[in-house]
Design a protein around this ligand. Structure first.
Ligand SMILES: Nc1ncnc2c1ncn2[C@@H]1O[C@H](COP(=O)(O)OP(=O)(O)OP(=O)(O)O)[C@@H](O)[C@H]1O
Length: 616
């Protein structure tokens, strides 16, 4: 069995080998055919390459021949060209020379022609110039004559103006001398009056003694009645003399006040006083260098040594800053000395003027001390007005005096004499009467000032109200403007005259330059309002000083200037106090304040008019 299977396997194997042999012989014959085909193709390729090589060689020869030919042609052409160029160059050179010759010829002709024309034009121009020169010389001499005439006229005018100025100065001097004389006279008359009053009293007592004597004697003898008549006559003479002296005194007083007002009008009606407060004990070593060169004489000058400045070279210098005002009060000056200087101005309110006195300066420079302390300007002004009003009663004048005290805080008006709980709440409005040039504030408390003691009560009420407000918004007095308004209405029963004047005493908010940086909320609002209202005050003064009649004055730009509309400007007398701190730390603010005050001092805001009328 196994052998059969082996035989079968061997037969199958042999069959397979035979088949594979047949396939191999087929493949080998195919391979031979392909190889011979490859050989013939390779032969063909070699032949083609040979043919190509020979073609390439023949082309190379042709190209070389062509190149040689072309080079030859090129050389010939170049030669021809150069020959032609030489000919052309010669030809053009010849033509150029010809052209140059002809041009030279033409130029010569043209130049000759132009020279001739130029000479004739020059002659013409010179003739015209000569004529013009003569005309101008004539004109210049005419102008010179006219100018000389003008100069002569101007000289005459100048002399006239100088004379006028001199006359005015003399008049002012005379007025001043008159006032001094009248004041001396008045004093004299007052002395005489008191002497006469004393005489009168003596005579009256003598008279009553005589009467008693007469009664006692009850005699009707001739001698007694003559003596009595004589005594009576002497007494009557003394009474008449006293009456006459009183009348003279009244006339002199009227004249003195008139002359004072005239002098003020001649001076212009805005004046500036400067006051330097004393340093407190603890500040004694921190003071700036401030000098008063004319102290004890005119007292109009103050000199501030500026801060130290280092130059690029390292040198340290200090600028000297001199300022001059109508009056400078050094730290030794007392409130009474200051008031003496303003008393005439206060008096003007009684004469029917609107008067405005305001204190400008940084916080802590002495504004409130000057205005509201017990011997400050407000109490002294009220006291003086009260005394004068009483004296004027003799001359037939009766005055009604009313005081108001308001505050402008954050552009809102507050009544400092009103109820504390109404502060910052009750609305007040400003009403102007353009006809009467007067101002009213709605709903504001008016205190009749029938005795000078009332003013102290008023001031303490105002201060109490302000201190209550201060607990709510810090140091209210330095962050708001306060205005004390004294209204004076007078009537003369003898002459029928009436007068209406207002005295405004203003304590401004601290003028230190307040920066907006780092401030927010209520404090920022306060700061902006103070800055704005103080700059509005400056703008109003500048507009008034621009001297243009009818020029727009921006009173409406702030509550303060709107309130003071009729007390700042043409129809009023204005005085500004610039208050100065003596401390070195405040030097920069001091210089800023003094510069602002100098601007105000240089402003002339017209002539004040009295608000007086005659009874129809
Ligand atoms: N002439 C003076 N003599 C003596 N002390 C003065 C004088 N002036 C000011 N003082 C004192 O200096 C301090 C600051 O003055 P004051 O309060 O009047 O300044 P102010 O400018 O009104 O400040 P604020 O703007 O805060 O109201 C106060 O203690 C005051 O008493």
């Amino acid at each position: 069995m196994t052998t059969t299977r082996g035989l079968k396997l061997t037969r199958d194997f042999l069959i397979t080998v035979t088949e594979l042999e047949a396939v191999r012989s087929q493949l080998s014959s195919k391979n031979d055919a392909i190889r011979s085909e490859l050989e013939s193709t390779r032969l063909k390729l070699t032949q083609t390459e040979i043919a190509l090589e020979s073609l390439k060689n023949s082309h190379t020869y042709e190209i070389r021949d062509l190149q040689r030919e072309r080079e030859h042609d090129l050389k010939e052409l170049k030669f021809e060209h150069e020959k032609e160029m030489t000919n052309l160059r010669h030809e053009s050179q010849r033509k150029a020379e010809e052209l140059q010759r002809s041009l030279d010829h033409q130029t010569k002709d043209v130049r000759a022609e132009y020279e001739e024309k130029f000479a004739s034009l020059k002659r013409e121009m010179e003739a015209q110039l000569d004529q013009e020169r003569q005309r101008r010389v004539k004109e210049v001499s005419e102008l010179q004559t006219q100018a000389e005439l003008h100069v002569q006229n101007a000289g005459v005018d100048m002399e006239k103006k100088d004379r006028e100025l001199f006359d005015l100065r003399r008049e002012t001097e005379q007025l001043k001398a008159d006032i001094e004389r009248k004041t001396a006279l008045e004093k004299n008359l007052r002395d005489k009056l008191s002497e006469s009053t004393a005489n009168n009293m003596t005579l009256e007592s003598a008279n009553s003694a005589m009467r008693a004597k007469i009664n006692f004697l009850e005699s009707d003898s001739q001698a007694q009645s003559t003596a009595f008549a004589e005594l009576h006559k002497r007494m009557q003479e003394a009474v008449d003399a006293a009456e006459e002296t009183k009348a003279k005194l009244r006339a002199e007083e009227t004249l003195r006040r008139k002359l004072h007002n005239q002098v003020q009008e001649l001076k212009g009606n805005i004046r500036v006083f400067c006051r330097v407060r004393p340093a407190a004990e603890i500040e004694a070593n921190e003071t700036a260098e401030i000098a008063y060169p004319d102290a004890g004489k005119d007292s109009k000058e103050v000199v501030i040594q500026g801060p130290e400045q280092k130059s690029a070279m390292g040198n340290v210098t200090r600028a000297t800053n001199p300022f001059s005002f109508d009056r400078v009060f050094d730290p030794k000056a007392q409130n009474a000395d200051v008031f003496e200087e303003i008393s005439q101005l206060v008096q003007s309110a009684l004469d029917g003027y609107n008067v405005c006195i305001f204190c400008y300066g940084q916080t802590g420079s002495g504004k409130t001390f000057t205005m509201s302390s017990p011997d400050g300007m407000i109490p002294l002004a009220v006291q003086q007005i009260y005394n004068t009003a009483q004296e004027l009663e003799e001359k037939g004048w009766r005055y009604k005096m009313e005081g108001q005290f308001v505050e402008v805080y954050n552009e809102v008006l507050n009544d400092l004499l009103g109820k504390t709980e109404e502060l910052d709440k009750k609305k007040h409005e400003i009403r102007h009467d353009p006809q009467k040039k007067s101002t009213e504030i709605t709903g504001v408390t008016s205190v009749p000032l029938d005795s000078p003691d009332k003013v102290q009560e008023m001031l303490s009420n105002a201060s109490r109200n302000r201190s209550v407000a201060a607990t709510m918004a810090n140091s209210r007095s330095s962050r708001s403007h306060s205005v004390f308004i004294l209204k004076l209405k007078g009537q003369n029963s003898i002459t029928g005259e009436r007068s209406e004047g207002t005295l405004n005493l203003v304590d401004l908010a601290g003028s230190e330059r307040l920066s907006h940086s780092g401030v927010t909320g209520d404090r920022l609002k306060e700061t902006q309002n103070i800055n704005r209202s103080l700059s509005c005050l400056g703008d109003v003064i500048a507009a008034l000083g621009s001297g243009k009649d009818g020029a727009h004055v921006p009173y409406r730009n702030s509550k303060l200037t709107y309130l003071l509309q009729y007390s700042l400007g043409g129809n009023s007398k204005t005085l500004m106090f610039v208050m100065i701190s003596p401390l070195q730390a405040h030097l920069q603010e001091t210089l800023t304040s003094l510069k602002f005050a100098t601007k105000v001092h240089n402003t002339h805001i017209g002539t004040a008019k009295r608000q007086a009328k005659i009874k129809e």
